[in-house]
Design a protein around this ligand. Structure first.
Ligand code: ZN
Length: 257
């Protein structure tokens, strides 16, 4: 048996143990899944909530120290449900599906149609852009991998870039979602630092987070990476918390989940 055969067998076994599911509704993915990742019932919702183009407008966020910032979706409705499912339910296979959607939506990755198996990607335009991926570190160590760490791991496989756990927190952080915009900036100021020995010198770093709200977390992380020797920092998230453009809002008569 060649290595390739063995890898194929492993993937088939994994797909039996952990069948692939639509990240937005949890339905099993069948042969009609779009891009091998979104069930037919969610295609329209996925399109509605996509952030096009993925580059985030500075006016809606308080960014600094970042060269580029991108998100695949708006943080609303089914996308919010999908992210919360990963964060609260610890369901790492949903996290991998969301990372796949980031690759498709942000970098134009072209997935081979392989129903039931993880899509393979070739010629991803982002491949040569970055020197490494760095996940935003969790507020506190829980023993479980954080959602940004899971996203970075899968994106590293897709974009073929090493993942470096380069950042750590230097003091306890209050949860950002409890704070006002001004408090968020103060809360994260100076709290992130590079781990000793993290090899990011002169690299263009892709910083990975789940949600970008004010941008204060990714900006504070970017500053720490630059202080640690990074050449420049780009940030990417599953979703950006911005007001939905009018043409993407649900009509008030439609039912909210
Ligand atoms: Zn679905």
């Amino acid at each position: 048996m060649t290595r390739r055969d063995a890898a194929g067998l492993c993937q088939r076994a994994a797909s039996l143990l952990y069948p692939r599911v639509c990240p937005f509704c949890g339905a099993l993915l069948g042969h009609r899944a779009k891009d091998a990742a979104v069930c037919p019932a969610c295609v329209a919702e996925e399109e509605r909530l996509s952030h096009q183009p993925p580059r985030l407008p500075d006016g809606d966020h308080d960014f600094y120290a970042l060269n580029d910032k991108m998100a695949a979706y708006y943080y609303a409705d089914e996308v919010r449900t999908a992210i919360l499912r990963c964060k609260r339910g610890g369901q790492w296979h949903f996290a991998r599906e969301l990372a796949d959607r980031m690759a498709v939506r942000i970098w134009g990755a072209d997935p081979a149609q392989k129903p039931g198996q993880r899509p393979q990607y070739t010629g991803v335009p982002g491949m040569t852009l970055y020197g490494c991926l760095v996940p935003v570190p969790p507020r506190e160590a829980t023993g479980e991998p954080s959602l940004p760490a899971l996203l970075a791991k899968r994106l590293g496989e897709i974009l073929q870039i090493p993942v470096i756990d380069a950042l750590q927190t230097t003091r306890p952080l209050r949860p950002q979602k409890e704070l006002t915009r001004a408090e968020r900036i103060l809360n994260v100021r100076g709290v992130y630092a590079c781990r000793p020995g993290a090899d990011i010198a002169d690299k263009r770093v892709l910083l990975v987070d789940d949600i970008i709200t004010t941008g204060s977390t990714v900006s504070a992380c970017a500053l720490a990476l630059l202080q640690g020797g990074a050449f420049e920092v780009h940030a990417a998230a599953v979703a950006a918390d911005e007001e939905l453009p009018k043409n993407k809002r649900r009509l008030s008569t439609e039912k909210k989940p």
